[in-house]
Ligand binder design. Structure first.
Ligand SMILES: *Cc1c(COP(=O)(O)O)cnc(C)c1O
Length: 500
């Protein structure tokens, strides 16, 4: 059976179901598989003729060995259906003129790539809880800067034995993201704004998670907390699938021959998406360079080029807000793997990060990172130029996050001359960030409201407006509660009907 260890204590060993139900290890470490299973060339070849659901079943079965084959299939089939995704391919590729392929990860219900994992996580959680939680009701608490909250709400709405509560910063999300959350349907959901920024929301949630008194109160009421953010292994493992799937589609289209390498470019924030590509490579998928693209909050570019991670810097709100992050939690999993699973070293680095906000890896580790990864960043002006150029050259509209990837890739190719076939992960539909995209194309108007902007962008480009975004206009606002950080605990109790 495949067991999972904690990045901060290799002695900790739990099953996949336990890792998913628990979310994070008690020592603060993240769960990682004890080894990476192999994906052979024969298996890869077999997947070429398969559907996305079949590809997902094959990849997930290698990791979730305490699930029965029927359980895995039930989860993948329920998640990746055309009732939930607007493309039968689930994660289709779009070829641009200069030979790069855009991997569209936003055909799910909330129009951002978070759906690729959060559509299946509730199913994985239900099976995992059935095996390990002893019938307790699962309470999902989320702090969000926008996309995760909506995708988690949509994934967990009306899931059995589960309730979900999302906190978002009152002024820290886009108008479209806010509307998506406050109109959320479902009998087991709640949404609350907090006065403060994303870090305040995140810290408040973490405090509630780790408060033993609150934990006891929940247990008395037959409940337990779990996490839906990307520290949960159940969110990471489904992301490996779409890199395998993209390779299969490129083989099928004759763009690659078996064994040819493909480079991967990922607009990066918390390092979950690009880590999944790294894991796919470690399983044997022929991936060349992993190119990490950042916005002005370029803590990862600096880390990959210098070996020093330094979060002590100014925070810049950008036009790609889902990447406005200074602490990339999933980097810990990469460091653990590249250090040869040295939990002592990880404790040292993460201790430095908490105490000083900065750490430096060994030269050996730095070399290992640079062998696998390249990195670059761009500012909002360059992001806008990438949107404009791509639209002019290819009549292809990309969102601000994807545009960061496009810019960084072009720069990488010019600098290195590396012309390996390349896949750029596209992480959101452009209509989710209509104002910035319109600005880039020179068509924005200050007097337009959010829906006028959507219509304006459509008039300018002719690109299809996704139904879930167009439909928001007629939805009723269900959640208007705002609270201070110190009141979050009462909001949680209130939602759960627990007396203090
Ligand atoms: C979450 C998100 C990202 C960053 O992904 P990570 O896995 O956190 O690196 C990039 N783009 C969009 C649109 C997102 O929602």
């Amino acid at each position: 059976m495949m067991m999972y260890n904690s990045t901060r204590d290799s002695q900790v060993s739990v099953s996949a179901a336990q890792a998913i139900a628990q979310g994070i290890s008690k020592d603060g470490g993240l769960f990682v598989p004890e080894r990476l299973p192999e994906l052979t060339r024969e298996e890869l070849q077999d997947l070429v003729g398969c559907t996305y659901v079949q590809r997902a079943t094959a990849v997930l079965s290698k990791f979730l060995t305490d699930f029965t084959p029927e359980e895995v299939e039930e989860c993948t089939a329920a998640a990746y259906s055309t009732q939930r995704f607007r493309s039968p391919a689930i994660a289709p590729l779009h070829k641009l003129k200069d030979g790069v392929h855009v991997l569209e990860l936003w055909h799910g219900p909330t129009c951002a790539f978070k759906d690729m994992a959060l559509q299946i996580l509730p199913h994985l959680m239900r099976v995992s809880a059935g095996k390990t939680a002893g019938g307790k009701e699962i309470i999902i608490l989320v702090a969000t800067s926008g996309d995760t909250g909506k995708a988690a709400l949509e994934g967990f709405k009306d899931a059995e034995h589960t309730r979900i509560l999302v906190f978002y910063p009152e002024d820290g999300v886009s108008p479209m993201q806010k509307l998506q959350m406050v109109t959320q349907e479902g009998g087991n959901v709640a949404v609350c704004a907090i006065r403060g920024n994303f870090d305040d929301a995140q810290t408040g949630v973490k405090t509630i998670f780790t408060d033993p008194a609150i934990g006891e109160k929940l247990a008395e009421n037959g409940m337990m907390f779990s996490s839906a953010n990307s520290i949960n292994w159940g969110r990471l493992v489904p992301q490996i699938v779409y890199y395998v799937s993209a390779y299969c589609d490129l083989l099928k289209a004759g763009e690659l021959r078996m064994g040819d390498r493909m480079n991967v470019v990922v607009p990066t924030g918390n390092f979950g998406n690009i880590l999944a590509a790294y894991y796919a490579k470690r399983m044997g998928l022929p991936v060349g360079k992993l190119i990490c693209a950042s916005n002005r909050n370029k803590v990862l570019t600096d880390f990959i080029t210098t070996g020093t991670y330094d979060r002590n810097r100014e925070f810049h709100p950008t036009s790609s807000p889902s990447m406005d992050i200074l602490i990339s939690s999933n980097l810990e999993r990469l460091l653990y793997d590249l250090s040869g699973r040295d939990d002592q070293e990880i404790r040292r680095l993460m201790g430095d990060l908490i105490e000083k906000g900065v750490y430096t890896v060994s030269e050996k580790m730095q070399a290992a990172i640079q062998e696998q990864f390249a990195a670059g960043w761009c500012d909002d002006v360059q992001t806008a130029a990438a949107i404009r150029d791509t639209f002019q050259q290819d009549h292809y509209l990309c969102d601000t996050h994807t545009a960061v990837g496009v810019h960084v890739y072009k720069e990488y190719r010019e600098k290195t001359g590396d012309t390996t076939p390349t896949v750029i992960a596209s992480t959101a539909n452009p209509y989710k960030f209509s104002a910035s995209v319109l600005d880039a194309l020179g068509g924005n108007r200050e007097d337009w409201d959010e829906f006028a902007k959507v219509e304006g962008l459509h008039a300018l480009t002719g690109c299809e407006i996704p139904a879930p975004l167009a439909g928001l206009k007629d939805k009723k606002v269900r959640f208007s509660q705002v609270c201070g950080r110190e009141e979050m605990r009462n909001v949680v109790y209130g939602m759960l009907g627990i007396q203090e």
